[in-house]
Design a protein around this ligand. Structure first.
Ligand code: ASP
Ligand code: MG
Length: 405
């Protein structure tokens, strides 16, 4: 007998037939004698619909009311999943986040989990019930409903697995696992059997949006091993766990492309102490996420700063920088939205050399120009033209023989 936490995402519980499919899968695992806590998301599209409805009645809805509203999506699916299980003769009970003892801080719409009081869960598990928990929601210590940020059901599952010391945590989605590249773009991309937390984090935050980033950070911190797999078949998925020595044998684990970034160039600014500080202080105060910062060598007292921001924030970045340029005495801002960020990721880069040379040579051979380059211990990223991004992903994937390993 094992204690298992499963999470089913929005497409897996997208309609009544799919909820029944999930219920049948749960019953099969239960019938093997396992204890089960199952986290479900809202039906695919429901959270977005609710957000759109809020905007129809109010231009700037309050965050507390937003949480009241968004928690509804998951509350529908927990009840329906429990009912589907009852229909199969399985003892099941649904829990909201609050009922599951998930206590968060006070930050509405992106609350952090503080503690989980697992006593109610343990009681029903001991009574032989399957427990269906609403993902993405909790309660703060003033009794208010909170939500954990978009994609937060993943976090609910990982945190519950840690709290009840589950033997297994399975994240069910609509893909078979984590791939060496986006299989829609790179036809011979391979599903990975396993990947380290750090690699998964880099790939997730770089556009392979399999899981919520925060949930992977949480899993890494509390050492929760989990498996990403599909609810539409019985194929084994990808195990995500702490790095182990043999993982370094593979230099590059995967190639990720992020097409949601834009490049910002702040040119002709004074080349003196404090300029960059003022620019990035203003952007930080405006909550704009900056990445890949490059400054060229100053000439004749002026310098250029180049960086990337999420494409949704380019207008805000321009607005934020206008008064800063006035203050520092000159400069221009230009934005290029037709870029993409391509990254190769692998813990093996810590111990292997020549990765950059291989990547740059393959891209050069394909006629791809590199606009920005940045590196970390386990990642090399380049900014390139967006219309070359798919071809670049194929070329890089082949250069590191990712279809062969
Ligand atoms: N329903 C929420 C969302 O769409 C949480 C989740 O699905 O994980 O973001
Ligand atoms: Mg999700």
């Amino acid at each position: 007998m094992a204690r298992i936490v499963q999470k089913y995402g929005g497409t897996s519980v997208g309609d009544p037939a799919r909820i029944k499919n999930v219920a049948a899968r749960i019953k099969a695992i239960r019938d093997e004698g396992n204890e089960l806590v199952v986290v479900v998301s809202a039906r695919a599209g429901v959270t977005n619909e609710l957000i759109a409805r809020a905007k129809e009645v109010c231009a700037n809805p309050s965050e507390r009311e937003m949480d009241q509203l968004l928690a509804v999506g998951e509350q529908e699916t927990i009840a329906l999943t429990a009912m589907a299980l009852h229909g199969l003769g399985v003892q099941a009970v649904s829990y909201t986040g609050a009922q599951a003892g998930i206590f968060t801080d006070k930050v509405h719409t992106k609350a952090k989990i503080r503690t989980i009081d697992a006593k109610p869960l343990e009681k029903d598990l001991n009574a032989g019930k399957v427990i269906i928990v609403a993902g993405f929601q909790g309660i703060n210590d003033e009794g208010q409903t909170t939500t954990l940020g978009r994609g937060g059901s993943d976090l609910t599952a990982i945190a519950l697995a840690a709290a009840i010391k589950a033997d297994k945590c399975e994240i069910y989605t609509d893909v078979d696992g984590v791939y060496t590249a986006d299989p829609r773009v790179v036809k011979n991309a391979r599903k990975l059997d396993e990947i380290s937390y750090d690699e998964m984090l880099e790939l997730a935050s770089l556009g392979s949006k399999v899981m919520q980033t925060r949930s992977v950070e949480f899993a890494s911190k509390y050492n929760v091993v989990f498996e990403v797999r599909s609810s539409f078949n019985h194929n084994p998925g990808t195990i995500v766990k702490q790095e182990v020595a043999y993982m370094e044998k593979v230099v590059v684990r995967g190639v990720a492309v992020d097409k949601d970034q834009a490049k910002v160039v702040v040119s002709n600014i004074p080349d003196k102490p404090g300029t960059a500080a003022k620019v990035f202080r203003a952007l930080a105060d405006a909550n704009i996420n900056v990445d890949m910062i490059v400054q060229n060598v100053g000439r004749q007292g002026v310098a250029n700063l180049t960086f990337t921001v999420p494409q949704t924030e380019t207008a805000k970045a321009e607005r934020t920088l206008a008064p800063v340029l006035k203050e520092i005495g000159g400069g221009n801002v230009s934005v290029d939205e037709k870029i993409a960020k391509l990254s190769v990721v692998g813990v093996g880069m810590r111990t292997h050399s020549g990765v950059a040379a291989t990547l740059f040579t393959s891209l050069a051979d394909a006629g791809v120009n590199l606009e920005l380059i940045s590196t970390s211990e386990i990642k090399i990223s380049v900014v390139i033209a967006r219309d070359q991004a798919d071809e670049a992903a194929r070329v890089a994937h082949a250069a590191f023989h990712l279809d062969e390993i």
